[in-house]
Design a protein. Structure first.
Length: 318
């Protein structure tokens, strides 16, 4: 399995296309699509449930057809993932979604195989909890739009977004959610990266960061393949995490880092749980006495918290 998938789809309307078969596992997938201005793009969910998550662009419409009928939704979107928290849409398996944006847009469609069929449902940006996690140079923003307890209209799929200010570390201490002891849950995970350029808002391939994935003796005892990777990631790159400790994710100075986490696994219940690498878990103990990085939170539903991008966002009529 190749864990790092550097972006190679320049000029294609399908920027990222990861299926469970392509990843070499059972549950999770991700498509990232560029919508041409005014032109429809059709997404068929097949045997998976999915989110429609605007990454860039405004006033996207989604016409969803499923076994219970059809419905039209308007997603207001955002200028970039570094500009605001966005609204989103859940669509169930065996659905057909026609997406359209008058001005063009980029949209992520994270997905997980599932058994049941659920109707579409809209999630408002204003209802998405924004969490500041860590401390010091491990401070980061976690946007919990699609996690259990926040969004329960899903069978398997778990998603959240993270923004790491430039120079900071996230996914730290390194953690795992796999079949090795003593983890209570198994989840496959996709990291989809966006890296901001010098203006701190517009994604650019000029910037970079790093992602670490590795295993320990407990993974060998569980019969899991050894992993030991430290990779440079750039805008639109994907890293697959089938098992093992993952983290840190490091944002290079000058280049803020965003990633979309997509998770799912075999358990009947959606569970967002993990185990820290015991060699580094002690780091958390010092956070109570360490100031937060004042750059977090970076965004809200109204826009940038530092005013770098004009706000508030204009809500569209539904």
């Amino acid at each position: 399995m190749t864990l790092h998938r550097p972006w190679t789809a320049a000029g294609s309307p399908t920027l990222v296309d990861i299926t469970p078969e392509d990843a070499g596992w059972s549950w999770t997938g991700l498509r990232v699509l560029a919508l041409a201005p005014g032109a429809p793009t059709t997404v068929r969910t097949g045997e998976s449930e999915a989110f429609v998550l605007p990454l860039a662009g405004r006033a996207m419409t989604a016409e969803v057809s499923w076994e219970g009928g059809s419905e039209r939704f308007v997603l207001d979107g955002r200028p970039s993932v570094f500009a605001a928290v966005t609204d989103f849409l859940y669509v169930g398996r065996d659905s057909v979604v026609e997406l359209r944006s008058d001005d063009g847009a980029e949209v992520a469609v994270p997905a997980s195989r599932c058994a049941g069929r659920r109707p579409p449902a809209y999630g408002a940006a204003e209802d998405v909890p924004v969490e500041v996690r860590g401390a010091g140079n491990a401070t980061r923003q976690v946007t919990n739009f699609g996690i259990p307890g926040v969004w329960d209209h899903a069978e398997k799929l778990i998603c959240c977004e993270l923004i790491t200010p430039d120079g900071n570390w996230s996914s730290y201490p390194p953690h795992k959610h796999d079949a090795s002891e003593p983890c209570p849950v198994v989840n496959e995970e996709i990291y989809y990266y966006r890296i901001a350029g010098p203006d701190q808002v517009t994604p650019s391939r000029d910037g970079f960061g790093y992602h670490r994935t590795y295993t320990g003796p407990e993974h060998r005892a569980a019969g899991l393949d050894p992993l030991d990777e430290l990779v440079e990631v750039r805008d639109h790159d994907v890293v697959l995490v089938p098992h093992g400790y993952h983290g840190p994710c490091i944002a290079a100075p000058g280049y803020p880092m965003y990633y979309l986490n997509v998770m799912a696994g075999p358990a009947d219940d959606r569970v967002l749980a993990f185990c820290d690498d015991p060699g580094h878990a002690w780091v958390r103990d010092g956070w109570a006495d360490t100031p937060l990085d004042p750059r977090c939170p970076v965004t809200s539903a109204a826009g940038r918290c530092d005013g770098l991008v004009d706000g508030p966002r204009e809500r569209q009529t539904r």
